[in-house]
Design a protein around this ligand. Structure first.
Ligand code: NDP
Length: 257
């Protein structure tokens, strides 16, 4: 077996939450490039989602756009209903969407706290609850949660967000040994500072950008595409012996240097 064949995803279907832009889009594109059909979930940015659909279908695979707000309590069930209705079976689940608010710890409101925990943590668990049984039946599945360097370097103005990412890793570590006998792996991929729509505004401030870069051993802010190869590894047969891991794609930012 040639190593490159282990990355082949032909015949697999991936669901990527928040797959319409940024890191989620880069991961969706990489999975499509290696042959997977992709269901791209997004919340409200239809134009961006449609652009992603065009780019993915141009690679000769199927792409479905699935609009659903993961903050909603029934979102996992709604997504499952859509999948069943469209006869889609998900082999690869990438839990990428997240919500974050920048605020001092003592100004966070209960509503903001809930929005972050519900999107970044609750939705992940309930989507796994819905989609794992089919993976178990097939004896093959890949689940990747997207975490953050904030698991080890919490931003002082993102207390609930950072906590939600740590909790997600705990979930990964709990589920990995339970899923392993079924050929289903689950891992967390933790990006560092990556240039995407969510931080475009703050990174326009040159001084702020320099301060961030000073915390990154490689010396620069990453691109969304920097996260895609590690995700591809975790989502393919090449990653079959990796489970329960927390992998940093952060230019060394999580190191205490
Ligand atoms: P972006 O803000 O660029 O994109 C977020 C995506 O998630 C969009 O597709 C958005 O859809 C979707 N989304 C947001 N909220 C919801 C929701 N409630 N329901 C459904 N979809 C939703 O994010 P990034 O690419 O920057 O981040 C991706 C992941 O990487 C996140 O988990 C983030 O926490 C993590 N991360 C990012 C870092 C960075 O520096 N960028 C650093 C560390 C971690 P729509 O546009 O339609 O709202």
């Amino acid at each position: 077996m040639q190593i490159k064949n282990l990355f082949n995803l032909k015949g697999k279907t991936a669901l990527v939450t928040g797959g319409s832009q940024g890191i989620g889009k880069a991961i969706s594109m990489a999975l499509a490039e290696y042959g997977a059909n992709v269901v791209v979930n997004f919340r409200s940015g239809k134009a961006l989602a449609e652009e992603t659909w065009k780019e993915i279908t141009a690679m000769g695979v199927e792409c479905h756009l699935l609009q659903c707000d993961l903050t909603e309590v029934n979102s996992a069930k709604d997504i499952t209903e859509y999948l069943v209705k469209n006869k889609i079976e998900v082999d690869i689940l990438v839990l990428n969407a997240s919500v974050q608010f920048r605020k001092a710890w003592n100004e966070v409101t209960p509503e903001e706290f809930e929005l972050q925990i519900n999107t970044n943590l609750r939705a992940s668990l309930f989507l796994i609850q819905q989609l794992y049984p089919a993976m178990q039946k097939k004896q093959w599945g890949r689940i990747v949660t997207i975490g953050s360097v904030q698991q080890v370097r919490p931003h002082q103005q993102m207390i609930a967000y950072a906590a939600s990412k740590v909790a997600q890793v705990s979930m990964v570590k709990s589920l990995a040994p339970q899923f392993a006998p079924s050929g289903v792996t689950i891992n967390n991929l933790a990006p560092g500072a990556i240039s995407t729509g969510r931080n475009e505004e703050v990174l326009k401030d040159e001084q702020y950008k320099k301060n961030v870069e000073a915390k990154i051993p490689v010396g620069f802010i990453g691109e969304s595409s920097d996260c895609a190869p590690a995700a591809l590894l975790l989502c393919s047969d090449a990653g079959r012996y990796i489970t329960g891991q927390d992998i940093y794609v952060d230019g060394g930012m999580g190191l205490n240097f």
